[in-house]
Design a binder for this molecule. Structure first.
Ligand code: ADE
Length: 251
């Protein structure tokens, strides 16, 4: 996976991606991160990349040309390496809301370009010219697209084969089947008077699986009723729910 980030703040991206699993994945070359500073393509001797909005109003607008030139540089590089023209994603609160299925689809790409805006926005003409999809990470307004790009790259990276040592965790994750994950415990057995559930120490794998599934169902019902409605229950789920009073209104 090759990420290309067009930004005025490359350090924000590089720093955030340099730790933990995304840092290790870069060292192992499972993901390659290249940031391009849009300011390097300024057409102005003061290296300015923004200007006043036509029609007036608050704030500044990023100019089309430096954004276009930085995009063009990245596309030429990718095509010269023999790969196909990459998808360009523009981070914007006006975009479709990012979710796990989008991460799964995007993880199949070889290259992704993330365009990060700052200030009041980017000249619409260059967006029309280069952007394939506008994506939001949620219904709130950030100061720029960088953190949104990092959120997306983080979620996508853990789905790239080999990035997680235990690929099973990417598959059994929260959201993959509309169920939240069950609770986890580690030593000590008793912490400040609270004990680990006995079943987890029983060594009885079938009972452990059943307990975990029940916890996932319970958590989803209580914490995310919107997801719970979309769960496709198995026969075993129905058995579990019949035995538990907390689900009486479901069956
Ligand atoms: N830029 C500003 N706010 C954003 C959001 N919520 N998602 C993606 N990009 C943004």
């Amino acid at each position: 996976m090759h990420y290309h980030v067009l930004t005025l703040f490359p350090e924000m991206i590089e720093q955030a991606m340099s730790h933990s699993i995304t840092g290790r994945a870069q060292k192992n070359e499972q993901i390659v991160l290249e940031t391009t500073n849009i300011r390097d393509f300024s057409q102005n001797k003061f290296m300015k990349v923004d200007d006043y909005p036509y029609g007036g109003g608050a704030g500044m607008v990023m100019e089309a040309e430096p954004v276009y030139l930085s995009y063009e540089k990245v596309v030429k590089e990718v095509m010269a390496a023999g790969r196909k023209k990459p998808k360009v994603l523009f981070m914007s609160p006006q975009g479709k809301t990012f979710h796990q299925e989008m991460a799964i689809e995007l993880a199949k790409e070889e290259d992704l370009v993330f365009l990060c805006g700052h200030y009041e926005g980017i000249d619409e003409r260059v967006l029309e010219e280069i952007v394939d999809e506008q994506i939001s990470i949620g219904d709130y307004v950030l100061t720029g697209g960088e953190i949104a790009a990092v959120v997306m790259m983080d979620a996508i990276s853990r789905l790239v084969p080999g990035v997680l040592h235990n690929d099973v965790s990417a598959i059994t994750d929260t959201f993959t089947d509309n169920l939240l994950e069950y609770p986890q415990y580690t030593r000590p057995v008793e912490w400040r008077g609270k004990r680990v559930p006995d079943v987890l120490m029983s060594g009885h794998h079938a009972n452990i699986e059943k307990w975990r599934r029940e916890q996932s169902l319970l958590r989803t019902k209580n914490q995310r009723p919107d997801l719970f409605e979309k769960v496709e229950f198995t026969k075993d789920d129905m058995k579990i729910m019949k035995k538990n009073l907390a689900f009486q209104d479901e069956i």
